[in-house]
Design a protein around this ligand. Sequence first.
Ligand SMILES: Nc1ncnc2c1ncn2[C@@H]1O[C@H](COP(=O)(O)OP(=O)(O)OP(=O)(O)O)[C@@H](O)[C@H]1O
Length: 268
Amino acid sequence: MAVAEQQPLATPPKAAEARVPTVIVDDVHIVYKVYGAGTGKGSATAALSRLLLRRGSPNVRRVHAVRGVSFTAYRGEAIGIIGSNGSGKSTILRAIAGLLPPESGKIYTDGQPSLLGVNAALMNDLTGATNVMLGGLAMGMTQEEVRERYQGIVDFSGINEKGDFISLPMRTYSSGMAARLRFSIAAAKNHDVLMIDEALATGDRAFQRRSEARIRELRKEAGTVFLVSHNNTSIRDTCDRVVWLEKGELLMDGPTDEVIKAYEKHTK
Ligand SMILES: Nc1ncnc2c1ncn2[C@@H]1O[C@H](COP(=O)(O)OP(=O)(O)OP(=O)(O)O)[C@@H](O)[C@H]1O
């Protein structure tokens, strides 16, 4: 009986590298409501009579800050968000962080996104050292972990380069020093999704380099990083993809070089 020639088993095609989505922004609109934006109707009596008569405030102004924005971010990406002043960059980050509800549309996130903004809350009357401890605990580290990383955080921030500033209250820091400390605390932890809003702009060049290197590390450690910045060099050095917002709309989303080139042409 003839034996069928054994065919070598075809090697299955190597599974394509699975891209894991971390943030999905789906047709999101965000509207701020500004109360008391008109004149003359702000008195307590007027407010009371509105309550009693169940009439809405006549002075609510709506600012439609984000208009139908959609994109998906994947694990391991660093995405720059650019656009002129007031284009909605900070607003979309705050919404991804869960701090602002969208008027319509949906935002899905994998893990808890951390927003590191220029206004991230640290206590001005407490020393830098206490803020490092509190900030670490607030990010979910144990006391032991914060103690282990304390020196690394202080060294990274460079706060003590010109004397023992870490033991002084934060209100004695310049805005650049405070921003450096905030970034150093946040960067001490690996985040699923880390969003950085202009935090690098205030540091000097040496600090910016350290931060950029740390952002690259955070990406390797499988997180997703968003960076809002007006500094195209920072964006070029850290991000492989850029989302360009203008007047609340997404104008372009693509490889860094392409988008920055188009943006520079637009702003010239
Ligand atoms: N708390 C708020 N209340 C009302 N309107 C707001 C508020 N915050 C922002 N806006 C408005 O929303 C729009 C988008 O603002 P946003 O701060 O997101 O812009 P941005 O792109 O981050 O600007 P910039 O580059 O100047 O930081 C602007 O028109 C702004 O006036």
